[in-house]
Design a protein around this ligand. Sequence first.
Ligand code: PDD
Length: 278
Amino acid sequence: MSIAYLNGSWQPLEEARVSVLDRGFMFGDGVYEVIPVYQGKPFAEDEHLARLATSLKELHIMMPRSEDDWQELFREAIDRGDEDEAILYVQVTRGVAESRSHIYEDSEPTVLITLSPRVTPGLDHKLSVVTKEDFRWARGHIKVISLAANSLAKNEAIAEGYDDAILVRDGKVTEASSSNVFIVKDSVIVTPIADNHLLHGITRAQVIALAKQHDLPFEERDISEDELLAADEVWVTATSIEVWPVHKVNNQWIGNGEVGLVYQKVYNLFQELKCQSN
Ligand code: PDD
């Protein structure tokens, strides 16, 4: 079942409430993490906590809990929610202000943790995506809760009959609306450099580590929109979808439209990694 922890108290998710003066509500002034739970254990917990710390630091928001506290709270969420396969969502905002003002003052951060059952998508559904201009701010590496631009890109893509949008800035692929992008060309796995225009995905890092450990040819470099369209394989990665195949970009088939050999290999390695960590 779903459960929420809000500022020290546990409650049913649908009953959790924050003030309208919370800066997260007023300004989207906060950060978040999405952590997968496999077989009752958080996966890559240290990496997610490290990225949470980086995001908070970038927004000058105080880290409201110690690492031990977070770990303890995650265990409790998993126990209370009683789910083996779940998604932990962590959100920290700058907290409740005295009045609405762009100028922030010291406030106690609002801390929300939710646990919800994981809904595993069926792998038979390959994605059809459309490229769109990346008009987001230039700090995409911070995992901010203000996701209006990402959400707009995804919803516009869906309204146009696609599953998602791959974003392109100055002719180069950055990421998809809620995942990182990989291509394969002539058996070489390529992903854009993790700069300030994209989220430094934990799944992305895991896939890169697997490629290196297993001597799969790999490059981190710019990918032009033309290269994306001419790729043999395209995949997206994120906590919620792990590694997912894209079979069409802008209504054009990628490779022969089937799941690629390199994808299959990386997918299997990722499943092994999940099992090993438990
Ligand atoms: N999305 N890029 C963006 C814009 C994202 O929102 C996400 C994750 C990723 C992949 O990051 P990771 O591998 O650490 O999950 C890349 C999450 C799942 C979400 O917003 O629900």
